[in-house]
Design a protein around this ligand. Structure first.
Ligand SMILES: Cc1cc2nc3c(=O)[nH]c(=O)nc-3n(C[C@H](O)[C@H](O)[C@H](O)COP(=O)(O)OP(=O)(O)OC[C@H]3O[C@@H](n4cnc5c(N)ncnc54)[C@H](O)[C@@H]3O)c2cc1C
Length: 390
């Protein structure tokens, strides 16, 4: 395995990956290799990363890297988040849900929270005292988020919340949940609001099953139940009710781009692992790499990976300068995750029977990759969004 699988493509670093981003990548790579990887089999068995790993990540500066320093973050940009997610993918600890915490949950608070909310929640998210989740999906509403039924009724200076969510990443650990609710069901999308639930402070909140998945076993993807949960009206994100759908639409491009980050990192790792393997493994008296089929296959995969990396780097550059439109972000999510599944599958084939054995990292990549085409908006929904722009 190459020490840094980004090198497998031999591309020049993009302008956004400056010295500080490179240093953060190296630090995150070391942290994931030394602090997470040795325990990762146990985390997969327990179906969650332990809480102390979150706190260690916080102490190492890997939580809230792109949040301003005044709120406990490191004052970086999405380039810094990309460095951390790439390190996670390159080391192969993809179930550690800090990407969602850092670059999905925290930005909602930064962009829509009041000064008081930001000061209250972000510093604790940066230490790992608060672990973030975002709960949109319900048993009856996934792709069609307008169908959300979770109800938040205003009662004096409180919201009374009833409903259930499913498939929620970090669901067993999370103690700060951004909840997609209906504050006015008659208004459809315009009656949707985002409300923060601090689970340590409420009654009526229950965690359901930690769901049994085919991959990302180390993530505690869960059901959540809200039975007459009461939170102060000051937990609403945004100045008024009914902004939830617009807020979701504004933040989804970054969520989609970061799925692309995980995709390109795993693609690079899969290629690095496979190239090493086919050089070593022999059949018919020669290395597997010496068969022309292997060479052609890997030549194709490396070409596609290079195209993917160049597109990804361009998306990040656009995003940092504020110019990544939702359609291009949808393209990145759909195309890079499709490419990830295809490349991992083709790489697994080159491992022969060993590729089907769980002790080989390529097998875990095969299991972990599949969901990338489903969450964050399915790839079919991405194509709908792209098609609408034609
Ligand atoms: C491991 C994992 C982690 C997740 N983490 C989170 C999380 O943290 N927070 C959260 O809120 N959710 C999370 N999700 C939920 C995820 O976002 C949803 O599963 C996803 O949006 C799809 O919704 P659904 O499962 O209800 O599928 P459905 O909406 O029921 O879709 C079923 C199929 O129909 C297709 N389809 C639906 N509508 C259309 C259409 N208009 N045109 C064409 N095809 C269509 C879909 O593409 C899909 O193939 C997670 C899911 C998984 C598996």
């Amino acid at each position: 395995m190459a020490t840094n699988p980004t090198d497998v493509l031999g591309l020049p670093k993009p302008a956004w990956a400056g010295e500080d981003v490179g240093m953060l990548y190296d630090m995150a790579h070391r942290f994931m290799s030394e602090e997470i990887l040795p325990h990762y089999d146990a985390f997969e068995k327990n179906e969650m990363v332990d809480r102390s790993s979150w706190e260690k990540a916080g102490a190492a500066g890997l939580l809230c890297a792109s949040m301003p320093e005044e709120y406990g973050g490191s004052g970086g940009t999405f380039a810094h988040e990309s460095a951390i997610i790439e390190a996670i993918g390159h080391v192969g600890v993809d179930g550690f849900g800090i990407a969602l915490h850092n670059s999905i949950v925290a930005p909602y608070i930064l962009h829509y929270g009041s000064e008081e909310q930001k000061k209250k929640w972000l510093p604790k998210m940066a230490t790992g005292e608060l672990i973030g989740a975002i709960a949109m999906t319900e048993p009856g509403a996934g792709s069609d988020l307008q169908g959300v039924k979770t109800r938040a009724e205003k009662n004096g200076n409180q919201y009374r919340i009833n409903g259930s969510k499913t498939f929620i990443t970090n669901g067993q650990h999370a103690n700060l949940i951004i909840l997609v609710t209906k504050t006015d069901p008659a208004q459809g999308a315009k009656g949707t609001s985002l409300i923060v639930v601090e689970t340590d402070e409420v009654e009526g909140f229950e965690r359901g099953r930690n769901l049994d998945k085919i991959g990302l076993k180390a993530n505690d993807t869960s059901e959540l139940f809200f039975n007459d949960v009461r939170v102060p009206t000051s937990n609403l994100l945004g100045q008024e009710e009914g902004q939830g759908f617009v807020q979701l639409m504004q933040q989804l491009p970054q969520e989609r781009l970061q799925i692309g980050t995980g995709a390109i990192a795993m693609i690079e790792r899969a290629l690095a692992e496979t190239i090493d393997y086919v050089k070593e493994r022999k059949a018919f008296g020669k290395a597997i790499l010496d068969f022309q089929n292997t060479q052609f296959k890997l030549a194709e995969l490396k070409t596609e990976a290079t195209i993917g990396r160049v597109f990804y780097n361009d998306c990040v550059a656009r995003h940092i300068s504020g110019g990544l439109d939702p359609v291009t972000a949808s393209m990145a999510k759909y195309w890079l995750s499709d490419l990830q599944c295809k490349i991992v599958d083709e790489c697994l084939q080159l491992f022969g029977g060993y590729g089907y054995m769980n002790e080989y990292p390529i097998a875990r990549m095969f299991r972990d990759a599949r969901v990338q085409r489903i969450y964050g908006g399915t790839n079919e929904i991405m194509k709908l969004l792209i098609a609408r722009s034609l």
